[in-house]
Design a protein around this ligand. Structure first.
Ligand code: PEP
Length: 254
């Protein structure tokens, strides 16, 4: 049985002090635990250490994720963060292939695939994002487009523990826009992702991989997505920036 997951992507928000404060607020909101739901917060890289300390000091029931990684181990890659650096500050998860990284920074499926491999080699769980633009959706090619991304992003991955590889389906037109896909829209694509994973990895592995929905998910709509057969949780941007709204989404998933 797949454990639900609610993950917060803080994007480029929250200074170090603000991040620590948000993590403390969330630890307080979730002090009674998160039941059977895995909760993850993904602060900016420079906030990771501070949030890790809050998690440790308060025994907070959430994991720590980064928002990006580079696929080389070390060297002359100015501005990048190596996987062992994430490991050293206690990151358990890392988002890869977010549409903002693909769109603004030219991240390709090949990069996403290399990042997944290097993270898994370091014991960090990738949260690998995929999703189509409005143009692709309006052309009716969204399923085909996302299935192609999944094939490229997972090429050659060896998944021995399916709970340690997570996919987030995020239609680009629904991110930060207030326009949500319907729960049926999410199930259509996420169901196709699951079927593709069955073809690639076999049913047992595919059935253990969590697939999240992301795109203007909020406390008042998250439950609708979670009712769908293949939707295992949410990757949350805007609504993860306040402890009470993010905690409400976790509680809706419990
Ligand atoms: C995201 O950036 O992953 C996201 C889903 O953002 P929002 O919830 O703000 O649409």
């Amino acid at each position: 049985m797949r454990k639900r997951m609610i993950a917060g992507n803080w994007k480029m928000n929250k200074t170090y002090g603000e991040g620590v404060e948000l993590a403390q607020g969330l630890a307080d909101e979730l002090k009674d635990g998160t039941g059977d739901v895995d909760v993850v917060v993904c602060p900016p890289a420079v906030d990771l250490k501070g949030v890790a300390e809050v998690i440790e000091q308060t025994q907070a029931p959430f994991g720590l994720g980064a928002q990006n990684v580079y696929y080389e181990e070390s060297g002359a890659y100015t501005g990048e963060t190596a996987p062992n650096m994430l490991e050293a500050v206690g990151a358990d998860y890392c988002i890869i292939g977010h549409s903002e990284r693909r769109g603004y920074f030219g991240e390709t499926d090949e990069d996403v695939n290399k990042k997944a491999k290097v993270l898994m080699a370091h014991g960090i769980v990738p949260i690998s994002c995929c999703g189509e633009s409005l143009e692709v959706r309006e052309a009716g090619k969204h399923v085909e487009f996302v299935v192609d991304q999944i094939k490229k992003d997972t090429e050659g991955l060896e998944i021995t523990d399916p709970s340690k590889y997570v996919i987030a389906y995020e239609p680009i037109w629904a991110i930060g826009t207030g326009k949500t896909a319907t729960a049926d829209d999410a199930q259509e694509v996420i169901g196709a992702i699951r079927a593709t994973l069955v073809e690639i990895f076999g049913k047992e592995t595919a059935d253990g991989i969590r697939i999240l929905y992301g795109g203007s998910a909020k406390p008042n709509n998250v439950a609708g997505f979670l009712e769908k057969e293949d939707v295992d949780g949410a990757l949350v941007g805007g609504a993860s920036l306040k402890a009470d709204s993010f905690a409400a989404m976790v509680k809706a998933a419990m």
